[in-house]
Structures are given as C-alpha cells and as structure tokens.
Design a protein around this ligand. Structure first.
Ligand code: GDP
Length: 193
C-alpha cells in the first residue's frame, strides 16, 4: 500500500504531529523508547497509510544498545519499504536541530539526521524535513538557511518549500508540511500516467 513514513529523534514532536495529521490520539511523552514498533494510521485526507517509526537518539532511561538498535531498525524499515514509500517526513526540532547537528559533526562522523536524509534521497524516496517547534524560533529565515546548509541544500531556504517545511505542530500549524507532501504525491501521480 502507498505509505508516508515519519522519522525523527525522540521529543521532536512526532506524536503531536501524528495526532494533527490523523486526528487519532497518539501516545505522547510518558515512556520514551517503549513504543518501538512501527505504528500505522490512515491519513484521512488522502488515500495512504501514515507510519510512525520509533524515535531515535537520546532518551533518558534507555540503554545505548537499545538506542543503536532503534537506529538500525529505522534504516532497515525504510530500506525494506522504499518501493511503497511515497514520501518520508524527517521531523526535527527547529529550536535545537542546528546545535545537535553541529555537535555530532566531525571529520569522521555525520549526524544521524543528516545521514538519514541523504540515505532516503539515495533510495529515491522524496523527503520533507518538517522543522517543528517554530514557535520557539525567533530568527526564522536564518535558522532555516542554517538547516539547508547543514543538509547540503543551497540557500536561501525559500527555494526548497517542497523539502523544508517549518511547522508548529502543537498549535496545528502544519500547512507547509501538508502542502509539501501533497506536491510530492501529485508529482508521482503524474509520473504514473
Ligand atoms: P515525540 O517524542 O517526537 O513523539 O514528541 P512529542 O509529540 O511527545 O512532543 C515532545 C514535546 O514537545 C512535548 O512536550 C510537546 O508538547 C512538545 N511539542 C510538540 N510540538 C511542539 C511545537 O510545535 N512547539 C512547541 N513549543 N512544543 C512542541
């Protein structure tokens, strides 16, 4: 079945976003790392399944080994489902994403968010970066340009509205994301004709 997948670090607001997209109550906060299976929902507005993959990265009380396993599982899931994936949504926290990426960048290391973004593109899965918690970001354009820079996209960010979607899931302000996702869906429908 046609599928849209959501990936992202824990605590970026993935569950909040899922609730906005599906209208379903999705478990938020509480026990990080406990929901480790992919969760499938219907995106009512469109004819496809929305899959929420387990959040990766730091979670208090979750072992390093478990965290590594989650990353491996996420990569394997997208690899195994690449053919059915219409769009992947990589959710990041606009307030902290640049700091996190810079902290994990080095001569021999690529931050996982960036790695995943490139990996999805290599698999030919159209990918939208949902930059969440924009309500906490003051220097919006500068932040989004920095994000493009870290993900290897030329600035200014405004030319990437199909790829970079600033949102505030908590306030239901997710239209840039739904617009971006729809653009990719419709592109693919045209390709099928
Ligand atoms: P998940 O671990 O990625 O599923 O994240 P959650 O959906 O549980 O959200 C983590 C925290 O971020 C919660 O306290 C949410 O209320 C908060 N949050 C989610 N979206 C937003 C947002 O758009 N703005 C702000 N300020 N907080 C948000």
């Amino acid at each position: 079945d046609a599928e849209v997948v959501l990936v992202g670090r824990s605590n970026v607001g993935k569950s909040t976003l899922m609730r906005e997209l599906t209208g379903h109550a999705v478990e938020t906060g509480g026990k990080p790392g406990v929901t480790r299976q992919p969760n499938h929902y219907d995106w009512v507005a469109e004819d496809f399944v929305l899959t929420d993959l387990p959040g990766f990265g730091f979670m208090s009380g979750v072992d390093e080994a478990v965290r590594e396993q989650i990353k491996t599982d996420v990569v394997r899931y997208v690899e195994d489902h690449a053919d059915e994936l219409l769009v992947a949504v990589l959710v990041v926290d606009g307030k902290s994403v640049i700091d996190i990426i810079d902290r994990h960048s080095g001569p021999d290391s690529i931050p996982y968010d960036v790695e995943l973004f490139h990996f999805l593109r290599e698999l030919d899965v159209p990918t939208v970066v949902a930059v969440n918690k924009m309500d906490k970001v003051d220097d919006r354009d500068e932040r989004l340009d920095d994000l493009c820079d870290r993900f290897g996209l030329p600035t200014p960010w405004q030319q990437w509205q199909d790829t970079v979607a600033p949102i505030t899931a908590k306030q239901g302000r997710i239209e840039p994301l739904t617009d971006a996702v729809r653009t990719h869906l419709h592109d693919q429908k045209r390709d099928d004709l």
